[in-house]
Design a protein around this ligand. Structure first.
Ligand code: FAD
Length: 561
C-alpha cells in the first residue's frame, strides 16, 4: 500500500506509515475521518465579533468538523452590564473583561485581531483591516474566505444624526468609553476646583447631562449621583454645591420598557435625589459649550451650558452591516433581518446574532397566514378546534415575539386572543383569527437588544452546529409549510429571565418572570448575586467581588489615571 511521510523527529528520524495503518488513524486523532477513514475537509466557519453573542457561540460550539476562525477588533469579551459601574470607579475595567485567547486555546480556534470592513457574500469572502493598520505597511488589509459566516458584530450608538453629538458627547458602549467618562468626570472636578473661576463657570463645568432615559442612561445617572454623594462630598467639598445632573428623555417617561411601577418609582427617586429629570425634551444639537433641546410642551428650543454630555439613546447598524444589507436587498430595512433559525434572509450560509439583527416581523405575519392556508386543506375558510390548536402551537413554537406579546398582555396563548374574535364556535374562522393577530402585528415588538437575547442566540446556534450532521439525517424541527418534510432544527426560542434597573443608593428595580416586581435594597442584593454568577469566569468573578468590597471599605478611587 501507499506510504506517506508524516513528520520528522528532532533526532533526524523519519516516521513513515501506510495509508490504512492504525498508526495513521492515531496520528490523525484530531482530524475527522469519514467512514472510509479519509479525512473530511473541515468547513470553515468565520465568526465576526467577540461580544455576548459571538463569545456564547464559541463557548458552546463543540463540533470537530468545523475549522473556526474569529475576527474581532477586540481581543476580549466585555461584560457590558457592569460598564456603568466602571464610569465612577466602583468596578475596574480589567475586572469585567475576559481575554478571548484563553477560550481560543482551549477550543483550538484561531483568532485574528481585525475589523471586517466588507462582506462579499456572492464570493463567500470577507475583507478585513487590522486594528493598527498604520504600522503594518501594506499587510494591514486582507481577505478571508468562509464556508459559513456568523455575524455577531453588535451595533453602534445611534445619534439620529443630531449635529455635534459625535464631536462633543461621550458614548457608553465599550470599555474605553467607560474609562474616558471616568477620566472626564474627575477632570471636570479638578478644573472646577481651579482658583479664579467664577461661580457661573464652576456651575457650567459641573453640569453633567445624560441623554436617554433607557436602562443605560438611568443606570449611569444613578452611578454618577452615588459618586457625587458618597465620594465627591469628601474629596471636593468646596465645589460640591455647584454640581448638577440633568437627565433628558424625549418620551413621556424614563424606563418605558419596564413595568409602570418601576418607572414611577425611578422618577420619584430621581426627583428626591435632586437629579433634574426632563421628559418631553429632545436634543437638537450639541456644541462645545451648550446643549440645545426642543421642549414638547412649549415647542421652544432651549440651550444650556454643560461640562460633560453622555449620549445613550439606543443603537443603530454598523457601516459594514449597512453595506451588506444593500448588497442583499435589505437596504430599505433598519436592521438586518433573519428568519427564526437566525439565517440571514436572502443569503446562503450566513447567520446573524445579537444586536446586529432581528427576526423579520413582516415575514412572520405572512408565514402565519401561510401556516393557516396550509392547515385549511378544504379551503373552507375555517379550521376545527383540533387543527387550530396544532397551528397555534406551531406559531408559538416558531415565533418568540408572538409568545412575548401574549405574555406581556397576560394571555395564556393565541387561542385566548381568539375568544373575542370568534366566541366559542367549534369551527374557527380564519379571517377573524387573522384580524385578531393583526393586533399582535401592530403591537408586537422585536426581541429586545440585550445580552440575554444575544447569549441565548449564540448558545442556540452552537447547539445547531453541534448536531448539524445528526439532524441532517434525522430532522427535529417543525413541519415545513413551504415544501415537504421537516426543518432540520427547532427554531430559536427566547426565554426571558427578567430585567434589572439599578437606581443608585443600593436600590435596584427588578422585573422578573410571572409579572413579579421588586424594588429596593433586597433587589440590589439579588442584582449583586445574579451578575456575579453571570460573569464568564472565576477570575472576573473574584475581581468584581473584590472591587465591590474595596468600594464598601475604602470608597471609590478618584485619581484620573
Ligand atoms: P456586542 O456584545 O457589542 O459584541 C460585538 C462584537 O463585535 C465586539 O467584540 C466588537 O468588537 C465586534 N465588532 C464590531 N465591529 C466589528 C467588525 N466590523 N468586524 C468584526 N468584529 C466587530 N444587556 C442586558 O441583557 N443586561 C444588561 O444589564 C445590559 N447592560 C448594558 C449596559 C451597557 C452600558 C451597554 C452598552 C449594554 C448593555 N446591555 C445589557 C446590552 C448588551 O450589552 C448588548 O445587547 C449585547 O452586548 C449584544 O451582544 P452582541 O454580541 O450583539 O454585541
Amino acid at each position: 500500500s501507499k506510504l506517506l511521510v508524516v513528520s520528522t523527529f528532532s533526532g533526524g528520524g523519519v516516521l513513515v506509515y501506510s495509508d490504512s495503518s492504525p498508526l495513521r488513524r492515531l496520528l490523525h486523532a484530531d482530524a475527522t475521518l469519514d467512514e472510509n477513514g479519509q479525512p473530511i475537509r473541515k468547513k470553515k466557519v468565520v465568526v465576526l465579533g467577540s461580544g455576548w453573542s459571538g463569545y456564547s457561540f464559541l463557548n458552546y460550539l463543540n463540533n470537530p468538523n468545523y475549522d473556526v476562525q474569529i475576527v474581532s477588533p477586540r481581543n476580549f469579551f466585555l461584560f457590558t452590564p457592569l460598564l456603568p459601574s466602571v464610569t465612577n470607579g466602583t468596578v475596574e475595567a480589567r475586572s469585567i473583561v475576559e481575554p478571548i485567547r484563553g477560550l481560543m486555546r482551549k477550543k483550538g480556534f484561531e483568532y485574528t485581531e481585525a475589523e471586517c470592513v466588507k462582506i462579499d457574500a456572492s464570493n463567500k469572502k470577507i475583507h478585513c483591516r487590522s486594528k493598527d493598520g498604520s504600522s503594518l505597511k501594506g499587510t494591514a488589509e486582507f481577505d478571508m474566505d468562509y464556508d459559513i459566516l456568523v455575524i455577531a458584530v453588535g451595533a453602534k450608538p445611534n445619534t439620529f444624526n443630531t449635529p455635534g453629538v459625535e464631536e462633543h458627547a461621550y458614548f457608553l458602549k465599550e470599555a474605553e468609553d467607560a474609562l474616558n467618562i471616568r477620566h472626564s468626570v474627575i477632570d471636570c472636578f479638578e478644573r472646577a476646583s481651579l482658583p479664579n473661576l467664577t461661580e457661573e463657570e464652576r456651575k457650567k463645568i459641573l453640569h453633567f447631562v445624560v441623554v436617554g432615559g433607557g436602562p443605560t442612561g438611568v443606570e449611569f445617572s444613578a452611578e454618577l449621583h452615588d459618586f457625587l454623594v458618597d465620594d465627591v462630598a469628601k474629596i471636593y467639598p468646596k465645589v460640591q454645591e455647584f454640581t448638577r445632573i440633568t437627565l433628558l428623555e424625549a418620551g413621556d417617561h424614563i424606563l418605558n420598557m419596564f413595568d409602570k411601577r418601576i418607572t414611577a418609582f425611578a422618577e420619584e427617586k430621581f426627583q428626591r435625589d435632586g437629579i433634574d429629570l426632563k421628559t418631553g425634551s429632545m436634543v437638537v444639537g450639541v456644541t462645545a459649550d451648550e446643549i440645545s433641546t426642543k421642549e414638547r410642551e412649549t415647542g421652544k428650543v432651549v440651550s444650556e451650558p454643560y461640562g460633560m454630555v453622555v449620549w445613550s439613546t439606543g443603537i443603530g447598524s454598523r457601516p459594514v452591516i449597512r453595506d451588506f444589507m444593500q448588497q442583499i436587498g435589505q437596504g430599505q430595512r433598519r436592521v438586518l433581518a433573519t428568519d427564526e433559525w437566525l439565517r440571514v434572509e436572502g443569503c446562503d450560509s450566513v447567520y446573524a446574532l445579537g444586536d446586529t439583527a432581528t427576526i423579520n416581523q413582516r415575514r412572520v405575519m405572512e408565514d402565519i397566514a401561510a401556516i393557516f392556508s396550509k392547515a385549511d386543506k378544504g379551503n373552507t375558510g375555517t379550521l376545527n378546534k383540533k387543527d387550530f390548536n396544532g397551528v397555534v402551537k406551531d406559531i408559538c413554537q416558531r415565533y418568540p415575539q408572538v409568545e412575548l406579546y401574549l405574555k406581556k398582555n397576560k394571555l395564556k396563548n393565541i387561542a385566548q386572543l381568539l375568544k373575542s374574535a370568534n366566541g366559542e364556535d367549534t369551527q374557527v374562522n380564519i379571517e377573524k383569527f387573522k384580524q385578531a393577530l393583526s393586533e399582535v402585528d401592530s403591537q408586537m415588538k422585536n426581541l429586545p437588544a440585550t445580552a440575554q437575547v444575544a447569549s441565548q442566540q449564540g448558545k442556540y446556534l452552537a447547539k445547531c452546529f453541534n448536531q448539524m450532521e445528526k439532524c441532517e439525517k434525522k430532522p427535529e424541527g417543525p413541519l415545513r409549510f413551504r415544501g415537504e418534510g421537516r426543518h432540520r432544527f427547532q427554531p430559536f426560542r427566547y426565554k426571558h429571565f427578567g430585567s434589572f434597573a439599578p437606581l443608585g443608593g443600593e436600590q435596584t428595580a427588578a422585573e422578573l418572570p410571572g409579572d413579579w416586581v421588586s424594588i429596593g435594597h433586597s433587589s440590589q442584593w439579588l442584582w449583586y448575586s445574579v451578575y456575579a454568577s453571570k460573569l464568564v469566569s472565576w477570575r472576573t468573578r473574584m475581581l468584581v467581588i473584590s472591587d465591590w468590597t474595596r468600594r464598601f471599605v475604602f470608597g471609590r478611587d478618584s485619581s484620573s489615571i
